[in-house]
Design a protein around this ligand. Structure first.
Ligand code: GUN
Length: 287
């Protein structure tokens, strides 16, 4: 079996076109233009690139965006003050604090200060809780992007055994909740899981987000499984690869996402969607 490649770039471009039209229509109808604030703390090189890409994506469809770059010595109190100001800012409808934060900062303390109405990352405890209670509101971008990709490829999720490898707050945990919502039987493994292969060989669908280059091997998976790779790992030779050993998985899976060009573009598109959603739901005049 040779896997079909899930083309995240193509799907993201299609959605991008739709969102651009939506913003143009809002302008024509004299509705407010959605605004996104991205807060970057410190100088992590990957975070800097992600933040820049988010700004470029906003520009492309007409969302107004502003990056607030704070230095890594800043106190929690000062960050919270900035967030409170952004919560009050009428031109801003989405706030994203790029993660990870410097070690001395308590991430949850910061995330819960973002108004749940502007929480375009879906990391506020209220939005996480709503997803947990089957009432999704603003949803974490990478899991949402993955669900969108699977829908676009008409993959029927109900009843599937979905395995999430990696239990991070950003990807693994919200992904598990998204699969439950879709009617999957859901398993999540993490660094303390014993005999991970037992779960891998039984899974119809695997999402992996652990940051280990080429970890998942073709010989471990069920024939025809769907494999979604969230990893972005830089090899010594500079090449970017995922958490999946593409060459061996490709011959046994039914679908596979490439790295780059699979999940990545969908994460950014979900952020744009969430910003428009927040603007429409909470800030349009008759909302
Ligand atoms: N760092 C890696 N992924 C993400 C994400 O989706 N949102 C935020 N805020 N930070 C991240």
């Amino acid at each position: 079996m040779i896997a079909k490649i899930i083309n995240g770039i193509k799907i993201a471009k299609k959605i991008q076109k739709k969102l651009k039209k939506k913003i143009l229509l809002r302008k024509k109808n004299k509705l407010i233009i959605p605004g996104l604030a991205v807060v970057l703390i410190g100088n992590d090189p990957s975070s800097k690139i992600y933040v820049k890409n988010k700004k470029i994506a906003c520009n492309k469809i007409g969302i107004i965006s502003k990056i607030y770059h704070l230095n890594d010595q800043i106190t929690e109190k000062k960050i919270i003050k900035k967030i409170k100001k952004l919560n009050q800012n009428k031109k801003i409808h989405g706030i994203l604090v790029q993660l990870p934060l410097p070690k001395k900062i308590n991430t949850l303390n910061i995330l819960k200060k973002i108004s749940y109405k502007k929480d375009v990352d879906g990391f506020h405890p209220l939005n996480t809780g709503l997803l947990c209670q089957r009432k999704p509101n603003l949803r974490a971008c990478t899991p949402l992007g993955i669900i969108t990709l699977l829908r676009k490829y008409k993959i029927r999720l109900k009843g599937m055994h979905a395995l999430v490898i990696g239990a991070s707050n950003i990807v693994g945990r919200p992904m598990m909740l998204e699969f439950l919502l879709e009617g999957c039987t859901t398993t999540i493994t993490h660094r303390f899981t014993k005999n991970i292969y037992k779960y891998i060989k039984n899974a119809d669908l695997i999402v992996i987000a652990i940051g280990k280059a080429k970890f998942l091997k073709g010989e471990w998976i069920k024939k025809g499984a769907i494999i979604i790779d969230v990893g972005i790992n830089k090899l010594k030779n500079g090449k970017i690869v995922g958490d999946v050993d593409f060459d061996s998985i490709y011959k046994k899976a039914s679908y596979i996402t490439p790295v780059p060009g699979g999940v990545g573009p969908m994460t950014v598109i979900s952020l744009l969607k969430n910003t428009i959603f927040a603007c429409e739901k909470y800030y349009d005049k008759n909302s």
